[in-house]
Write a protein that binds this ligand. Sequence first.
Ligand code: PLP
Length: 349
Amino acid sequence: MATISQSFPQSQAAAEPDFVPVARAASVLELVGNTPLLEVTKLTHGVLRPGVRLFAKLEGFNPGGSVKDRAARRMLLAGLESGALGPGKTIIDSTSGNTGIALAMLGAALGYPVELVMAANASRERKKIIQAFGAKVIYSDPLEGSDGAILLCREIVSRNPERYFKPDQYSNEANPLAHFETTGPEIWRQTGGAVTHLVAGVGTGGTIMGSGRYLKSCNPQVRVIGVEPDDPLHGLEGLKHMASSLVPAIYHEEELDGKIQVSTEDAYEMVYALGQIEGVLVGQSSGAAMIAALGVARELKEGCVVTIFPDFGEKYLSTNLWIGWKGWNRSRLTRLLAKCRKESANATI
Ligand SMILES: Cc1ncc(COP(=O)(O)O)c(C=O)c1O
């Protein structure tokens, strides 16, 4: 049984007396954010020093099922405010999946048609969910990954610019702003200001930039560490291997205090461990984030490490993550934990 020390609030309500969970909403837009922070206690038991705690923000609780609901909501609201999004417009973007789901969901709720360009190898569940929200899916070359989708989307818009509102999550400052305004403040409140490290995966960079900036504005000592795949040909949907990718305009690596690279194999193994040991079934980018967060936390004498689990795992059941799964083997966890230490030792933190 985990013990919760006095210095940490036991619930969001305790952390913030004015906090009122949304019990009734007029639109799904109002249900975005305010996700729970789960302390990871069993995987970390006997692994971390007594003064170190590790929490995961469960973004799968958003109405569209991922962290991207926040960015999509903020970008659409910014478009409505500026007039760039209005009657007669179609929302279009390139997306590795979760942003597409978020745009499709919110577009439906706001009454706008949505078209999404994505690599043809995005998971089957994601494509179906997007279509279920009424959006049109346009496929780009799977071998070109998310960059291929970006380029095809640009081409489509350039043929008919008046028709489209393109939020462009890679260069839209409303993306990191969403996290500056919501994710960061939630983490600060939920830890009662005790957070010392933020460890988060980098796709567009919106989550880590916005949340990191907010947390550093509260306490400049907070360390912000990015997580990326260790190989250009990776299986970590949602994350970018920056050295081999088009670098998003909103991503400013110089603002990070460090970066940890994680292999697809280790991230998958951690997804299995999180399901079996913590009872949390997440996607592969959460596995990668957890590997990195655990590596950071193991090096600390004292601290409060917060990582982001961008989504839950149901969407990936038909992907390589589960296709090759040979069943859980607890002994593999020991090997994985040893590796976490080695990976964080290589990072510049
Ligand atoms: C599953 C998943 N993990 C992580 C990320 C990265 O989030 P961000 O784009 O805010 O860097 C994304 C973004 O698309 C994602 O879909």
